[in-house]
Design a protein around this ligand. Structure first.
Ligand code: 3HC
Length: 293
């Protein structure tokens, strides 16, 4: 099957990034959000990214217009009905995802392949809300999507092997390096990344080092682009807590259990960069200051 038209559900941080790389890779792309304000917000972010690429001479103004011409923002799910692939990047809540895919299943032709960008929910359980679990995969992208080169392509026990191979090729066509992962909690990246981030919080709780010293240790000692606390604030503490709950529930191992400090920070509304406070205070975003915790 030749994939020509791609649907993306959700035009937030991840959805808009996925829509951008899809249009940039040459696919007609329809991206859906619940309100026209949210559609506009997402498309504005994409336009800003494309404008930055023009400024840096990475693409021409003409290419930017072509990419923009392949992108359509919509609010009605019905507008996705003739897509060959639909990638979901909505809120990380199982009932919402199951409800969406059940509606899409009734709407879309039998050849349409469904994919979820969930970072930790069980793909098998989302796919079970449709009558096409054999045409269902996980496509897990990384933030910021236009920059990060990886996509995890997740196969469930029900995914048809030919569909899976096609989605691995599709990941490469999007300009990403696809890796094959099974539908085990957290796939590959979060299986390794989440215990590392939680351990950094435990190290802080135990007084091993300060926020800045632990960040600098991993940045300058190991060459990581961001230290664990900068990355936690970037990913979102609410998101990390949510993922850790799902992974702990799956594996029942301490390394996936949320440290008390993480819970307290989320309860206080300190979700990281997006709320202006996390392990750092972003009152001056160019110069974040470590919080005293
Ligand atoms: N959107 C688009 N482009 C962006 C961007 C964004 N949000 N942020 C930065 N960029 C671009 C910049 O324009 C710049 O492009 P250029 O090289 O062509 O000039 C390039 O990225 C580098 O940006 P900066 O020079 O401003 O800053 P850095 O060198 O510090 O890079 C970073 C920023 C790419 C975010 C880098 O710090 C990094 O790789 N951090 C780690 C990110 C990471 O680990 N992401 C995965 C999170 S886990 C996840 O998403 C999974 C989920 O399930 C939890």
């Amino acid at each position: 099957m030749a994939i020509q038209k791609v649907g993306v559900v959700g035009c937030g941080l991840m959805g808009s990034g996925i829509a951008q790389v899809s249009a940039q890779a040459g696919f007609q792309t329809v991206v859906r959000e619940v309100t026209s304000e949210l559609v506009d917000k997402g498309l504005k972010g994409i336009e800003k990214n494309l404008a930055r690429q023009v400024e840096k001479n990475a693409i021409t103004e003409a290419t930017k217009s072509e990419i923009r011409g392949r992108l359509k923002g919509v609010t009605a799910v019905e507008e996705l009905k003739d897509c060959d692939v639909i990638i979901e990047a909505i809120i990380e809540q199982l009932p919402a995802k199951r409800e969406l895919f059940s509606a899409l299943d009734a709407l879309c032709p039998s050849h349409t392949i469904f994919a979820s960008n969930t970072s930790s929910l069980n793909i098998t359980e989302i796919a079970a809300a449709t009558k096409r679990p054999q045409r269902f995969v996980g496509l897990h992208f990384f933030n910021p999507v236009p920059i990060m080169k990886l996509v995890e392509v997740v196969r469930t026990i029900a995914t048809d092997l030919a569909v899976y191979d096609e989605m691995v090729q599709f990941g490469a066509k999007l300009g990403k390096t696809p890796v094959r992962a099974h539908d085990g909690g957290g796939f590959i990246v979060n299986r390794l990344l989440v215990p590392y981030l939680l351990d950094a919080i435990r190290a802080l709780e135990e007084g091993v080092g300060s926020v800045v010293d632990i960040d600098n240790s991993m940045k300058l000692g190991c060459g990581y682009p961001m230290g664990p606390f900068t990355l936690l604030d970037f990913v979102g503490l609410d998101t990390t807590l949510y993922i850790s709950h799902i992974m702990f529930d799956e594996f029942k191992e301490k390394r996936f259990a949320a440290p008390p400090l993480l819970k307290r920070m989320v309860l206080a509304g300190w979700y990281g960069k997006k709320t202006g406070r996390g392990f750092y205070d972003y009152a001056d975003p160019a110069n974040p200051k470590p919080m005293s915790l």
